[in-house]
Design a binder for this molecule. Structure first.
Ligand code: DAK
Length: 260
């Protein structure tokens, strides 16, 4: 499948990993409607592409993304915002079935922080800065910040971050539980790609059902979540990869995954 022809992102596939680079460097990768459309298009196609097992989203050394494009929102009316259908683009990110890793250098602010949180894991450079600074421009997070940040780091910290809009260092974000791992700035993409390749080497149906079950933890009671997990667990006993994985273990050989 070809991933050429986008204007605001660069996309490619190598060794089972889809890589998407946000590419509006002149505005610190501000997320305008066209960029979000292209991002969602590339993610959806990678989700369908058998050559892709895991996806990495990154920016450049100054910014992952400094938020939604303020120029696009400044004069918008309520009706403009409501009818632009931006929310369905953001919802589409949430419905991608393959794991997504955010590789973050520089600013991940507002919608940029929300995009990183919509991914499944975050690898951050030491110089990365996270934050929900919407309060400083007269609004609040609109793409999941109040919900995902609160679930990730708890009410007391989320309140402070959202009500002050302050920028938070990568190490503080890691301590708070937002970030998977902090690495030297120059190692961010390599670390994220190495993690993605490791995940890409695992049995694809188990990876998909594991992601699905972990995400269910955010939407359900513990009882329903445990039942959901059990359902996904049992489903894997209908796959060839379960037989292969367990037999390979007993026969002391390396499993060959077929994704079936
Ligand atoms: N939008 C548009 N342009 C931006 C931008 C943004 N978010 N962030 C930076 N830029 C532009 C700057 O205007 C500047 O452009 P020129 O002046 O060169 O033309 C260029 O990028 C470089 O930025 P600076 O000159 O400001 O660079 P500095 O190093 O001095 O400062 C900064 C970096 C990150 C501290 C600063 O740029 C900054 O504060 N940026 C804004 C951060 C921010 O407030 N982000 C939150 C935006 S609100 C929704 C979905 C999502 C959202 C809402 C609704 N729905 C689905 C309904 C999300 C909302 C937001 O994210």
């Amino acid at each position: 499948m070809s991933y050429q022809g986008y204007t605001h992102i660069l996309a490619s596939v190598d060794q089972g990993v889809g890589l998407i680079r946000l590419n509006r460097p002149q505005v610190l990768n501000a997320l305008n409607a066209e960029l979000m459309s292209e991002l969602v298009d590339a993610l959806s196609r990678m989700d369908e592409d058998d050559d892709v097992r895991c996806i990495v989203i990154t920016g450049n050394e100054r910014a992952f993304a400094a938020g939604a494009d303020i120029g696009e929102m400044a004069e918008a009316s309520l009706v403009d915002m409501y009818t632009r259908d931006n929310l369905s683009r953001w919802d589409r990110v949430r419905r991608i079935k393959k794991p997504i890793i955010a590789a973050v250098n520089g600013y991940a602010l507002g919608g940029g922080c929300e995009l990183a949180m919509a991914c499944d894991m975050i690898i951050a450079g030491e110089g990365a800065r996270f934050g929900q600074p919407e309060i400083n421009i007269g609004v609040i997070p609109g793409a999941g910040g109040t919900q995902r940040l609160t679930r990730a780091i708890g009410k007391a910290k989320a309140m402070e971050w959202i009500l002050t809009g302050r920028f938070v260092s990568a190490h503080e974000a890691e301590r708070a539980g937002l970030v998977t791992r902090v690495v030297p700035d120059e190692a961010v993409l390599d670390e994220a790609l190495a993690l993605a390749r490791e995940i890409a080497s695992k049995p694809p149906l188990a990876v998909r059902l594991a992601k699905d079950a972990v995400l269910a933890a955010f939407d359900t009671t513990i009882e329903t979540g445990l039942a959901y997990e059990r359902h996904n667990f049992y489903m894997l006993f209908a796959t060839e990869d379960q037989r292969e994985g367990m037999r390979a273990f007993l026969e002391k050989r390396r499993a060959q995954w077929r994704g079936r």
